[in-house]
Design a binder for this molecule. Structure first.
Ligand code: GLC
Length: 571
């Protein structure tokens, strides 16, 4: 059955429950392509460098689209490529409608979107609405025009406390460390008001109470939707609205509270009205355009608020990302996630790695409980074995899954980058969120035996962060055709997922009994077995083995689940 895609008169909630719609990119029919999509995150700086300047770019990404199609993903999310001074690797946007020259031009973006669609891939772009760059025209004018300028109302300018206004207006701390306020200088050179920046001082927070801000972002959405993008990943989606009066928190070390408490600058209920208005815009366009929230909330239940039927389509499941490699903990978070999303009829959006956290191959190589910013390589072989098993588990769960570039190569974090090459702004601010994010942002190896391993066009050429010598063996070229490689495991897994509709679909897993430390579940005609222990475990073979993260021996009616391994079975 096909429906009229251009019919925009239906309310959002109806559209979300649409039974089947013709997919203009892939030509197939589905209830909502995003519900079980596998979406690949490209970090443009580090994916492919077409011009040899050591920095990835849009033409580079465009040239590698066939690789992504062959990998078997449904869509590509691009981290920001907009005009930016790069104080936070592009998450400080100076012009939301321009491509930074280091990444290319708007024409390159247009060509990339068109090529992707021709290959059946969708494109999701990053939108950064919580803050702009301090070089954004509005902020520059606000500084130049001084107190009383209407442009100041679009940010959070406040007089300081203390006799001379020498103290910040409240006690909020920046996520990157230090106070969340910076004092300005008046046009006459005297010390002036302070402005709020939850991240770096180069990232002033917008004041979303100001209608000009809301208007501007609706217009930016339309600009990129008109360019043909299929959706937006919304940066710091939980941060746009601040509690009225910007109240003090009343204590230091606030970063430790993040993720556990509702803070006056995060996850305020007012953000949802913004997403309702964006949803109406997304639904005006044909082809099921989506919004994906990056919302670090205290609970999965609060994450579900972002994906109510009239809000966004997906929200990253960071509670899952933060779960250790432990069967009981995984089962608990999986159940909680599915139970929390079911009432809002949204898919769960699984994720193991991204550009802000230590790659899962390194997280699982270290002892549990160290969090998502890890500085030690740990036991690499163990980390890789668990990472492969964790990926097969993730891809067997109902819902959508995100894959971060390079995880399909089994890349570890680079934990020994010298301080002088680091660029993460929080590395340079005391007591920040550790500032070790460069370790997961090292350019990925494509081919050859010499750095930059095909990332740039010339052997021996530059890359903005140095790649380790061992990465020659991890390149796409080195792994292609090797059935034991992580790349071939991802290719096979994504091919099976496409061929087996029971994978990804639905909202239920049926847990089966299994020995301690294992997870066994059924999904229609498919069974997944996971052994999170370091010991082999013997069970009755659930069916015909489809794929395994480590070789599994099937012996008569029994199988031995290898340590830290996942198996996929047809039953
Ligand atoms: C998001 C981005 C991160 C960035 C921050 C500030 O968390 O993922 O990379 O530093 O927002 O924009």
């Amino acid at each position: 059955m096909t429906q009229n895609l251009a019919d925009t008169s239906r309310p959002a909630a109806d559209a979300a429950h649409e039974a089947a719609a013709l997919d203009p990119v892939t030509g197939s029919t589905s209830r909502g392509w995003w519900r079980d999509a596998v979406i690949y995150q490209v970090y443009p700086r580090s994916f492919a460098d077409s011009n040899g300047d050591g920095m990835g770019d849009l033409p580079g990404i465009r040239s590698r689209l066939p690789y992504l199609r062959d990998l078997g993903v449904d869509a590509v999310w691009l981290s920001p490529f907009y005009a930016s001074p790069q104080a936070d690797a592009g998450y400080d946007v100076a012009d939301y409608r321009a491509v930074d020259p280091m990444f290319g031009t708007l024409l390159d973006a247009d060509a990339l979107i068109r090529d992707a669609h021709q290959l059946g891939l969708r494109i999701i772009v990053d939108l950064v609405p919580n803050h702009s760059s301090d070089q954004h025209e509005w902020f520059q004018r606000a500084l130049r025009e001084g107190p009383g300028s209407p442009l100041r109302e679009r940010y959070h300018f406040r007089p300081g406390k203390g006799e001379e206004g020498e103290l910040p207006p409240n006690d909020w701390e920046s996520i990157f460390g230090g106070p969340a306020w910076t004092r300005t200088e008046n046009p006459d050179g005297t010390p002036g008001d302070w402005y709020l920046h939850l991240f770096a001082p180069e990232q002033p927070d917008f004041n979303w109470e100001n209608p000009a801000v809301a208007d501007e972002f609706r217009s930016i959405l339309r600009f990129w939707l008109d360019m043909g993008v299929d959706g937006f990943r919304i940066d710091v989606a939980h941060g746009l609205v601040k509690a009225p009066g910007l109240p003090d928190i009343g204590g230091a070390d606030q970063l430790k509270l993040l993720g556990n408490d509702v803070m006056p600058f995060f996850d305020q209920d007012g953000v949802h009205e913004i997403y309702r208005s964006w949803r109406r815009i997304l639904d005006e366009y044909p082809g099921q355009r989506i919004g994906v929230a990056e919302a670090w909330t205290p609970t999965v239940q609060r994450t579900a608020n972002y994906v109510r039927p009239d809000e966004l389509h997906q929200a990253f499941n960071f509670q899952y990302l933060g779960t250790d490699w432990d069967a009981a903990a995984l089962r608990e978070v999986i159940d909680l996630s599915l139970d929390s999303m079911r009432p809002v009829d949204a898919p769960t959006t699984w994720v193991l790695s991204n550009h802000d956290v230590t790659r899962h191959a390194t997280r699982f190589a270290n002892e549990p409980g160290l969090g998502t910013q890890i500085r030690t390589p740990g036991d690499r072989a163990l980390g890789l074995r668990r990472a492969r098993a964790a990926t097969l588990l993730m891809l067997a769960l109902p819902g959508s899954a995100y894959v971060y570039q390079g995880e399909e190569l089994g890349l570890p974090d680079v934990t020994d980058l010298p301080d002088e090459v680091r660029q993460d702004p929080s590395f340079f601010r005391q007591a920040g969120q550790d500032g070790y994010r460069d370790g997961c942002r090292v350019p990925i190896p494509w081919s050859g035996s010499e750095a930059p391993y095909g990332f740039g066009p010339v052997a021996g050429g530059p890359s903005w962060l140095p790649q380790p010598a061992e990465w020659a063996e991890l390149s796409v070229e080195a792994q292609t055709g090797d059935p034991s490689s992580t790349l071939e495991l991802y290719r096979s897994a994504l091919a099976v997922r496409r061929a087996q509709p029971d994978l990804g679909a639905g909202t239920e897993v049926e847990w089966l009994d299994g020995p301690e430390g294992t997870l066994l579940f059924r999904r229609g005609s498919f069974v997944c077995t996971v052994n999170t222990t370091g010991e082999p475990v013997r069970i009755a073979a659930p069916g015909r083995l489809l794929l395994a993260s480590t070789e599994l021996v099937v012996d008569g009616g029994e199988t031995v689940l290898a340590p830290d391994a996942t198996g996929w079975w047809a039953v």
